[in-house]
Write a protein that binds this ligand. Structure first.
Ligand SMILES: [Mn+2]
Length: 304
C-alpha cells in the first residue's frame, strides 16, 4: 500500500477504535451491552436504505428491539427512493422495520425523521406527522448536560452531490456493486467460519480518505454548525461513524445500517457514544454460547 494512502487509513482506523473527544463507545464489554434492554435518552440512526438488498434490516430490528429511548432520530436515507424507482425490492424484514418504528412512536418514543437525499421525497412532507413520526428538515437537540446538537442528514453540504448529481448517481451504482461483492464475499467468509468484514467500508476508507472527501464534508458541516451557534452536530450520509472535534465543533456521524451497523446514543447524563451493533451482537453470541473447555486443556488439568 502506498504511504500516502496508508497514513490516513491508519489514522482513520485508530480513531475508529479508540473514540475521541471525551466520549465513550458502547462495546460488548460494557455492562449494559450484556443486558437484554439498553436504556438511553436519545438514539440516532441513519442510512438504513430500506428497499435495497444491502440494507441489514435484521440487525436493525435487533437494535430497535433492544434499545429503548425517549427520542429516536431517523437521520435520513431511511428508505431508498432512488433504488426503489429502478427496481422494486421490499422483503418482509423491511416491513418489520417500518412497523417497529411506528410501534415505538405509538408507545411513547418521540420519533423525529430528518430526510436525506435518497428519501428526498419525504422532504415534501416537512412539518407533517405520519403515525406519530414527525418529519422535519433539520433539528436542534439539547442533551441532558445542556449541549446543543444540530441534526441534519448532511447531503446538502456534500460537494459531490451539490455540484455533480450525475457523479453522485454513478457513484451510487458503483457503490451498489461493491455491496453486492461484499455480500458474496461474506457469505463465503461465513461458510469458512470467518467473522464479518466489510469490503466496501475498507475500500471507501482508503479511497475517500485519500481524496480528502470526508475531511471536506466534516469541515463544511462544522462551519454550518458554528453559523447556527450550536456546540455540535449529528449527521449521517457518508456511512462512516465518527465522533470527534472538528474546528471546535463536536462532529458526530451515526454511521449506517448497510455496512457498519452503527448508531449514536446519548446516555441519561448526556454522554454520547457510538454503538457498534455488529460487535454487540457478536459479544452476545459469545455470552450465550460459552466455549467448552478444549479437549487438550481439559486433559492437561485432570492429568496425573
Ligand atoms: Mn445520503
Amino acid at each position: 500500500m502506498h504511504r500516502w494512502i496508508q497514513a490516513p487509513l491508519l489514522r482513520a482506523l485508530s480513531s475508529a477504535t479508540t473514540g475521541q473527544g471525551g466520549t465513550t463507545r458502547l462495546t460488548p464489554h460494557d455492562d449494559t451491552a450484556a443486558n437484554d434492554v439498553i436504556r438511553v435518552r436519545t438514539a440516532w440512526i441513519s442510512d438504513v436504505h430500506l428497499g435495497t438488498p444491502g440494507c441489514q434490516a435484521d440487525a436493525l430490528l435487533d437494535f430497535l428491539r433492544r434499545v429503548e429511548c425517549d427520542t429516536l432520530f431517523l437521520v435520513g436515507d431511511i428508505i431508498d427512493g432512488w433504488q426503489l424507482r429502478r427496481s422494486w425490492y421490499w422483503p418482509q424484514a423491511h416491513n418489520d422495520v417500518v412497523q417497529k418504528l411506528l410501534r415505538k412512536a405509538r408507545k411513547g418514543t418521540r420519533v423525529i425523521y430528518v430526510p436525506g437525499n435518497h428519501d428526498e421525497f419525504a422532504r415534501k412532507f416537512l412539518e407533517h406527522s405520519f403515525g406519530g413520526i414527525e418529519v422535519a428538515e433539520e433539528w436542534v437537540h439539547t442533551t441532558a448536560d445542556g449541549r446543543k446538537l444540530w441534526v441534519t442528514h448532511g447531503d446538502l453540504y456534500d460537494g459531490v452531490i451539490q455540484c455533480a448529481r450525475w457523479l453522485a448517481l454513478l457513484g451510487d451504482s458503483l457503490y451498489e456493486f461493491t455491496l453486492k461483492l461484499n455480500r458474496h464475499l461474506n457469505s463465503w467468509r461465513a461458510r469458512a467460519g470467518l467473522p464479518y468484514w466489510s469490503l466496501s467500508k475498507y475500500l471507501k476508507l482508503k479511497v475517500k480518505r485519500a481524496v480528502s472527501y470526508v475531511a471536506d464534508f466534516e469541515a463544511a458541516l462544522a462551519r454550518e454548525a458554528r453559523k447556527r451557534g450550536v456546540d455540535g452536530l449529528v449527521c449521517g450520509h457518508i456511512h462512516h461513524a465518527e465522533m470527534r472535534e472538528v474546528e471546535g465543533i463536536l462532529y458526530c456521524n451515526d454511521g449506517d445500517w448497510v455496512e457498519s451497523l452503527t448508531a449514536l446514543v446519548e446516555h441519561a447524563d448526556g454522554t454520547l457514544a457510538i454503538v457498534e451493533w455488529g460487535e454487540v451482537m457478536a459479544g452476545r453470541a459469545k455470552l450465550t454460547s460459552p466455549e467448552p473447555l478444549s479437549a487438550p486443556a481439559a486433559a492437561a488439568q485432570s492429568g496425573p
